[in-house]
Ligand binder design. Structure first.
Ligand code: SR1
Ligand code: MG
Length: 402
């Protein structure tokens, strides 16, 4: 059999019946296309008032662009294998994989419909009491168990080899670290922030710091990353959290994942400055976002430390003094990567609903300027913050909406 795109509902129904035992023979199944991401096709196949599953299929190009932007379908193998690894260490925080089909480039996985897309929840100012702790635990487990602190030397090299992901990495290398720092045709810039964008293109200190962060992304195969840990890759509710979509997974610097998700909380912080609703309510929510970012970091760092002490295998790395130094480096670069995520989501190709839902372009520009200012500070001043509390206080004192 060779690759073909699912075109008929019947094909999807047969496919999930063959690869799961969730459905009774007389269940009537319906198919809906639910993907709102940029790259793939995603379908829900459901029995009336009964179980449902998700099928994700990767085509040889970027969904929103078409054949003009080809993309390796190996990404779907990478996603399936990455979900299986995360499922070993934090099964409650990722969807269960029922089946991966190499020929159809498709994954059949658990429907996490009980949770909602985190980005939408943040725009609605929903407080999720367990979110920070869950994300911190996801980061600590996935980053520790795929690092040299835990894997033996041969397993680690095998992992690096198995997750070579050049097409998807190239997207990040360009969209995060290149386009926003020059007048690139892919950029999407609100006319009212053109002046601020141009100022970034002339900022040599900023561009040097972004180059350092890019160099580590290119050549530091430290842990197996999710690789695209933004709010749209997280589904959440009051009680649960699921991290999806690790098709950008590859071995890179741990700080990239931690920074990406914290950067997304700060993007919402910037958006809240101009969203609709009472000022007081928006400021209170900004406070919650900062507290959640603090919980993400502290949970990650504490649990990573505990995992090293209980399950670390590499004696040179597991010394306390090295671990202290290592986590300080990860903290600093976390802030840097959070800053690059904010800047690229503000003036680069792929924007976010946290800011794009502000309809008035002049008001939106105010949120965008705030995002650029915080992003800039995170990148160039990242060495000045010793703790996440110090960063939180800095943002509160400078950037709180009044
Ligand atoms: C063309 S892909 C644009 C963005 O969508 C993905 O989710 C990644 O974040 C990528 O940078
Ligand atoms: Mg995605």
């Amino acid at each position: 059999m060779s690759f073909r795109k699912f075109e008929q509902d019947e094909e999807l129904i047969l496919f999930v019946r063959e690869h799961t035992d969730l459905f009774a023979a007389d269940d009537e199944l319906t198919v809906s296309e639910i993907g709102d991401g940029n790259i793939n096709f995603v379908y829900r196949i459901a029995a009336a008032n009964g179980p449902s599953v998700i099928v994700k299929q990767a085509l040889p190009y970027v969904r929103i662009i078409g054949e003009g932007w080809p993309l390796s379908q190996d990404r779907v193998r990478i996603e399936a294998e990455s979900l299986l690894i995360a499922g070993k260490y934090c099964p409650d925080l990722v969807p269960h994989v029922y089946h991966f089909d190499a020929e159809l480039c498709a994954i059949v996985m658990e429907d996490i419909g009980a949770q909602e897309n985190l980005r939408h929840l943040l725009v609605e100012r929903r407080r999720l009491p367990l979110l920070g702790e869950h994300l911190g635990r996801f980061l600590a487990s996935t980053l520790f168990y795929t690092s040299d602190f835990y894997l033996d030397a041969y397993e680690k090299k095998e992992q690096v080899r198995g997750f070579i992901n050049p097409d998807l990495c190239k997207i990040t290398e360009d969209l995060f670290f290149m386009d926003p720092y020059c007048d690139h045709e892919r950029n999407n810039i609100n006319d009212f922030v053109r002046e601020q964008a141009e100022a970034l293109w002339d900022d040599e200190v900023l561009k040097r710091e972004v180059a350092k962060l890019k160099a580590r992304f290119l050549s530091q195969p430290e842990v197996l990353l999710h690789g695209d840990l933004h709010s749209g890759s997280v589904f959440a509710s009051d009680t649960g959290t699921k991290v999806i979509d690790p098709e950008f997974a590859f071995c890179g610097p741990a700080a990239f994942d931690v920074g990406s998700i914290i950067g997304n909380l700060f993007l919402n912080f910037a958006g809240q400055s101009q969203q609709t609703g009472e000022q007081e309510e928006r400021t209170a929510y900004q406070q919650w976002l900062l507290e959640t970012a603090e919980t993400v970091w502290t949970t990650f760092a504490e649990q990573f430390r505990a995992l090293v002490s209980e399950h670390g295998t590499e004696p040179t790395l597991c010394q306390k003094a090295y671990l202290d130094w290592y986590l300080d480096q990860v903290f600093q670069d976390t802030l840097g990567y959070a800053g690059t995520e904010m800047i690229r989501r503000t003036i680069g190709l792929a924007h976010v609903a946290d800011i794009e839902t502000i309809e008035d372009l002049e008001k939106r520009a105010e949120a965008e300027k705030l995002s650029l200012a915080i992003g800039h500070a995170l990148i160039v001043q990242r060495g000045e913050f010793e703790t996440i509390r110090a960063l939180k206080e800095f943002i509160e004192s400078r950037y709180f909406s009044k």
